[in-house]
Write a protein that binds this ligand. Structure first.
Ligand code: GCB
Length: 616
């Protein structure tokens, strides 16, 4: 296993990285020759001199960059290429790693004509070790070719289906469908970089658990380091921890390097606990972090250092509430999407920072990374600003459980290693709206969550259901009930008068039946920005506002009865959906437009969230 950690700034740097973001060359096979790239071994061709190669920015989804339907709707292998020039390496004691922030969905890569490992699955960062082929490249310069396939099937997460259909007159055509309603943006969505690390190196640092003992006022973090096999002469290690000011608060001193059985613990007296934002208690600064620095020595010399952020906080639950550091924390927030004009799901620091600023402005304290994990950069900000995150696996609208459990487990494990150190992540959502009325879902989710609990013993588990209470088969394996409901929209559209009653009744039934905290993870109405009518009708801004206010009445009385643990509106911003006749390009349930300007409902939410006490 390779444990993944982002590079965190620290005093001694034994590693060096440089970005491969920018304009790459890009080729698509023609529709009647989907495997042309493999048949013609495109990794051996130089795209700069190929007439069908176009420019493509990285990171970005490729879909909305050109003016072509064929590119926007492409399903299959797309090919990216660029030239990489390495600096002079301290051979042979250097490792060369390629880091991808995320690639949708199945990635293969070549260094000149050398094929690296493959990676399956979108949204999760991964490394490819390219030390050997990089060393062999003359003068440190090589062609990097990356092929990415976005075809989803019943064996992928999420699921999709590519089929040949036959018309009544015998005419054959291809269809590609999936059950989720967001546009499946694809390509090199995450940043790409080269990382030069020492060889051998620290392969990864995993924060296993964090704890806080109130009696002794002492915090702890249990962690594991993957040092790989012993290869250095006279190796030693040392662990230090610094606080948010950079002040050292723990030092293990030099000790023997544990190559196996390497779980260890750091202790911090009177720690600054990690608290969520908007707690209304001024003495609790949200988002306090610590940094663990793992040093590997060869004799007296520092050989490698890896640093990873963590936070000290506990998470638990009662039959009605989620507790952070032993105190009930009410979640007020949003379901979101990583979705933007032109770049699709491509990482963009401007977009991310704007989103975080808008989230802060609304007074929210929680978000769900619907319907897939978001970037490392997003979680870093969530950590620092104290947002509670429900991190979702990319399992939206699962309908076929027979073919998927192994893949779903693998995806969870990768997510855990990539994101498990983030204190903002308080709960894992294993899926959104699976067909959990299917009897097979009971065993499926039980096995999945049993597997996941072996990795993570400190966080809560859920999946988000849209089933009726009597039909739900699998949610009992979870710690928290997360429910999506569209009263006044999909259900009794236009009937604002019934919302309060129906939401109040149903949520209290779920809580009473399962005796677990209940969060309404989706509710809302579509509103076209600037469209009003009096009295309000569906699709207007004033209908959206009125619908939210009807929900608030239900939430307030549920809270008085201690029967609600959180409210999360669908959606933070308008986002792109596949083509269909009942939506004009976007799902317009955002309280912000797609270019992140407020609709009227944004002020309604702001006024509620900024006055709603979350933690006393
Ligand atoms: C849902 C889904 C979400 C959709 C939303 C809607 O239940 O979870 O992916 O976007 O409804 O607006 O239809």
């Amino acid at each position: 296993l390779i444990f993944l950690t982002g590079i965190v700034e620290c005093e001694i740097s034994t590693r060096f990285e440089f970005s491969l973001n920018g304009i790459w060359k890009f080729r698509l096979p023609p529709p009647d020759q989907p495997n042309k790239g493999f048949d013609e071994e495109w990794w051996n061709s130089d795209f700069r001199y190929e007439s069908d190669a176009i420019d493509m920015p990285v990171p970005s989804s490729f879909n909305d960059i050109t003016t072509d339907h064929d590119v926007r709707d492409f399903v299959g292998w797309v090919w990216y290429q660029r030239i990489v020039q390495l600096p002079k390496l301290p051979q042979p004691r250097a490792s060369v790693l390629l880091h991808f922030g995320s690639a949708e969905y199945y990635t293969q890569a070549w260094i000149n004509d050398f094929k690296t490992h493959d990676h399956i699955g979108g949204h999760i960062p991964f490394y490819l070790d390219i030390t050997e082929p990089a060393k062999n490249s003359s003068d440190g310069s090589f062609r990097l070719t990356v092929a990415v396939n976005n075809t989803l099937s019943d064996k992928t997460l999420p699921q999709g289906s590519l089929k040949f259909e036959t018309d009544t007159d015998g005419y054959q055509y291809k269809t590609y469908t999936h059950d989720f309603d967001y546009f499946d943006y694809a390509g090199l969505n995450g940043k790409v970089r080269v990382e030069i690390a020492p060889h051998p190196r620290i392969y990864g640092v995993e924060i296993r658990s964090v704890g806080y003992d109130k009696l002794t006022d002492r915090g702890s973090a249990t962690f594991r380091v993957d040092f790989g096999p012993p290869q250095l002469s006279d190796p030693a290690c040392r662990y230090t921890v610094s606080d948010w000011r950079g002040k050292e608060v723990f030092d293990s001193r030099r000790k023997e390097c544990p190559f196996s059985d390497n779980e260890d613990v750091v202790l911090i007296d009177s720690p600054d606990l990690w608290w969520p934002r908007e707690s209304f208690n001024q003495s609790r600064t949200p988002g306090r972090l610590y940094t663990l620095h793992v040093h590997l020595y060869e004799g007296e010399n520092i050989w490698d250092v890896v640093s990873v952020n963590f936070g000290i906080r506990t998470i638990s639950s009662t039959p009605s509430s989620i507790l952070i550091n032993g105190e009930p924390a009410y979640l007020k927030g949003f379901g979101m999407h990583q979705d933007a004009e032109l770049r699709g799901r491509g990482f963009d620091a401007v977009q991310l920072t704007r989103d975080i600023n808008l989230l802060k402005w609304t007074g929210a304290n929680a978000i769900r990374t619907s319907h897939y994990p978001y970037t490392e950069e997003f979680l870093d900000m969530a950590d620092r600003y104290g947002f509670m995150v429900i991190l979702e696996t990319p399992a939206c609208s699962l309908s076929n459980f027979d073919t998927l459990l192994g893949r779903h487990m693998k995806v969870f494990a990768e997510m855990y290693y990539a994101f498990g150190h983030h204190p903002s992540v308080i709960m894992w959502s294993m899926a959104n709206e699976p067909l959990s009325n299917n009897p097979n879902s009971t065993a499926y989710f039980k096995s999945l969550v049993d597997f996941a609990r072996e990795f993570d013993t400190t966080r809560l588990f859920t999946f988000v259901t849209s089933q009726q209470i009597l039909n739900e088969k699998a949610i009992q394996a979870m710690d928290v009930i997360c429910l999506n409901r569209y009263e006044g929209w999909y259900s009794l559209g236009g009937r604002l008068d019934l919302v309060e009653h129906r939401i109040g009744r149903e949520l209290s039934q779920w809580q009473a039946k399962y005796q677990k905290p209940v969060i309404l993870t989706e509710y809302g109405a579509e509103a076209l920005s600037g469209y009003h009518s009096l009295p309000s009708t569906m699709w207007t801004e004033n209908y959206q506002i009125e619908l939210l206010k009807e929900h608030f009445k239900a939430f307030d009385s549920l809270r008085q009865d201690d029967a609600l643990a959180g409210e999360m509106l669908w959606n933070f911003a308008d986002f792109k959906v596949p083509q269909e006749y009942f939506r004009a390009e976007y799902c317009n349930k955002g309280i912000f437009t797609r270019n992140r300007q407020p609709k009227g409902a944004a002020y309604t939410i702001k006024s509620r969230y900024t006055s709603l006490v979350s933690i006393d």
